[in-house]
Ligand binder design. Structure first.
Ligand SMILES: [Fe+2]
Length: 195
């Protein structure tokens, strides 16, 4: 029953399914992230309206959500869809040392990059704006610190995330009045599976 159900969902979401297939075609090791971004971006640019339709139900979410795209069988990349309510912003966060690629699918996100200094302090180091099909990526823990925000005050945004393994926990950082940073371990809760 369940495999039939998943197949039926994939049939209704062919472009979303295609994004998962592109990631899996790169194998279980770390892919060339620039090439992966170009291949995924080509599908998103060409089919952005169809993708928005396929994800129509998610665009009504009232809170930040993570959905898994396809099954993760314990090895290789994990692919997630994230739903951003209007103006939603993350704290500065890491990605548990995994490599990663993050791409806007619908709406626009800002990505503020952060770096850790030799004394362990954090400082902002540049910003990117991602529209549908635009991506940022990081190769390791040192380059994987950032803070993201949905730039719309009225509409949800959607994004695609590819990580080099299952992201179960990550660290979030918040400044304190004493100028130090408080670190909190967060669970990367996934709502369910798509396609
Ligand atoms: Fe992130």
């Amino acid at each position: 029953m369940l495999p039939f159900l998943f197949d039926a969902m994939a049939y209704k979401r062919p472009h979303l399914k295609k994004l998962g297939e592109i990631v899996r075609a790169h194998g279980s090791g770390r892919p060339d992230l620039a090439l992966l971004a170009r291949e995924l971006g080509a599908v998103v640019h060409r089919h952005s309206l169809a993708l928005a339709d396929e994800l129509d139900a998610l665009r009504r979410a009232e809170r930040f959500e993570r959905w898994r795209l396809g099954a993760h069988r314990g090895e290789g990349a994990e692919v997630l869809i994230m739903v951003w309510p209007p103006n939603h912003a993350t704290p500065v966060h890491d990605h548990a040392g995994l490599w990663g690629l993050e791409m806007a699918l619908y709406g626009a996100l800002s990505v503020e990059n952060w770096q850790r200094g030799p004394d362990g302090s954090l400082r902002a180091g540049g910003r990117q704006w991602l529209g549908p099909g635009d991506a940022c990526w990081f190769e390791d823990a040192a380059s994987g610190l950032h803070r993201c925000r949905n730039l719309s005050r009225q509409a949800c945004a959607l994004s695609l995330h590819v990580y080099g393994g299952r992201l179960e926990h990550y660290l979030a950082y918040a400044p304190t009045p004493q100028a130090a940073w408080r670190t909190r371990r967060q669970r990367a809760r996934v709502i369910g599976q798509l396609a």
